[in-house]
Design a protein around this ligand. Structure first.
Ligand code: GLN
Length: 280
């Protein structure tokens, strides 16, 4: 079988399962299997595949047919300016979360050495992206999942930041070290009803631990806010990702806990997604 034939085959299989971008996904899978860039596939469209590659191709296509996200099949995802290793133990970095990086950088002067905490770091995409932009800063990244933390460590190494980020496998409830200048977090904030309505790709493959914010979706947001009050310096910033229907309630919880609201920003779909606040 040559590249052209196998691409048609893969595309048809994905189409049957109503996968959104059947051709693109097939091409990306073939490119992974033969370890060549996509452009090279088109230039060598009559090349024959080895049997071992055909077998691998089929197994990846099968995973995609079962709605497994491409980021898990390929093992990486681009976020901000960088490539991040991803597997089923971490939430896939989302373009909307780049908003947090954009906002965070506004509150971190380039020449200052600030102390940052990332709560629920997951793949580490947030903390790594921020530290790449602000090399004088130091960070701690915590996560309750050791498997997620291992992915975050891999990503820190990949971007030469292993000496600047301290990774700790701990529940936010138990974390005590304080005096941070800035806390960033994209906590799980999906409520139990919405959790059931998510696309199959997310619902059946991404970690529930990283998505579920309890029955009202606010359980972890509350924890992060209450805890940040203790962990931040006075005038320290808390930069939080929230669900788009959680703006008013999050503002209320922040105010009740002595935070001043600096700014609420909208994501790429014009939905409220990020709150910057200050501990007074
Ligand atoms: N925005 C994510 C989603 O699409 C949720 C991320 C989170 O819970 N922090 O489902």
């Amino acid at each position: 079988m040559n590249y052209n034939e196998i691409l048609k085959k893969g595309e048809n299989l994905l189409k049957k399962n109503k996968i959104k971008n059947p051709y693109l996904d097939t091409e990306l899978i073939l490119s992974k299997v033969i370890n060549r860039k996509r452009e090279e596939i088109l230039l060598n469209i009559d090349n024959k595949l080895k049997n071992t590659d055909i077998t691998r191709f089929k197994s990846y296509i099968l995973r995609r047919q079962q709605k497994e996200p491409m980021a898990y099949i390929l093992g990486y995802k681009y976020f901000w300016k960088y490539k991040f290793v991803t597997n089923k133990y971490v939430l896939i970095p989302r373009p909307d979360t780049e908003l947090l990086i954009e906002q965070t950088l506004k509150y971190l002067p380039n020449d200052k050495s600030k102390k940052i905490l990332d709560i629920g770091t997951g793949s580490g995409c947030i903390v790594v992206s921020v530290l790449k932009e602000r090399p004088k800063c130091l960070a701690t990244a915590i996560d309750i999942s050791i498997k997620a933390l291992n992915v975050a460590k891999t990503n820190a190494k990949l971007h030469q930041l292993e000496n600047k980020i301290n990774f700790i496998n701990i529940d936010i409830d138990k974390y005590k070290s304080s005096n941070y200048d800035l806390i960033i977090s994209n906590p799980p904030y999906v409520n139990s009803i919405d959790l059931n309505r998510l696309d199959d790709d997310i619902k059946f493959h991404e970690p529930k631990l990283a998505l579920s914010g309890g029955s009202d979706g606010l359980k972890e947001i509350k924890k992060v806010i209450i805890k940040s009050k203790r962990l931040l310096k006075i005038n320290g910033k808390l930069i939080l990702e929230i669900g788009y229907k959680q703006k008013n309630i999050s503002i209320k919880i922040l105010k009740e806990n002595g935070f001043y609201i600096n700014k609420i920003s909208k994501d790429l779909s014009r939905k409220d997604r990020c709150i910057v606040s200050t501990k007074l």
